[in-house]
Design a protein around this ligand. Sequence first.
Ligand code: SAM
Length: 277
Amino acid sequence: MKPSKETHNEPTRPKKSLGQNFLTDPNYLTKIAAAVEAKQEDSIIEIGPGRGALTELLLQTGAKVIAIELDRDLIGPLRESFSRRENFHLIERDALTVDFSDLLYPFGSVPQAGTAGPSVKLAANLPYYISTAVLRHIAAQREIFTSLILMFQREVVHRITARAGNSERGYLTVLAELAFDVQKLFDVPPAAFWPAPKVWSSVVKLTPKPYFKDEAGMLQLVSAGFAQKRKTIANNLKAFYPKYDIALRAAEIDPKIRAEALTLDEWQRLYRAIAAV
Ligand code: SAM
């Protein structure tokens, strides 16, 4: 076999452009691996394995680990560390372009979420700049997962978990609530990473919810409602929905409130009212 240029003794420099802050603290790695609750018969999709610290713990459970890494410079070292492990599969791709069920077929049948037996789980420590895109991508394919453990920058988790009336509530919050039950698990300090980021991170557990009838339409409405955060819901909807005022009245929503004041139930009521006028 041709020797690889990269080994774990000669790691490449972390790339800021790819959000590379590698988790190195063994206590937090163990906590995240435990949160995944991988069983031997499970398939775990890991987005951004990096230098493989979490991957190693997931592989030790005996579960099938399908790791998706974008950085070509990390592929060699990952192969070198894990290619002898039968339960390891590496995909060199942008995770945002991956159809997760396509990924699972070559490695056995696709288990269905909600049924007994093996399940598909997701684990990811995500770069800040793709948080929204990844959340959208996994929300659109959530039916294959039983649970997803994700680490985000802490402020992203504040936004995702912001209740109605909190000014941090936005499109991302409603998207997350529409698709998942969201449970914040714990915070992770900058010192747990190399190189240390400037901000804290948080780990969340997402449990998929059934699909809403017209999710694309519903999310378009939410996006329109938050178009300008300081404006009222009526002023934001005006530009997109000619009959916005009738719909707001039918849904019993005060036109003078801001989008951040609406609960998920109210968004869904408003969506139905808009679809009906
Ligand atoms: N999981 C590792 C850990 O906890 O140490 C690495 C985490 S690091 C914050 C993010 C990882 O995601 C990096 O390895 C980076 O190269 C990878 N990455 C960034 N964008 C990606 C994308 N679009 N698809 C797949 N991997 C990506």
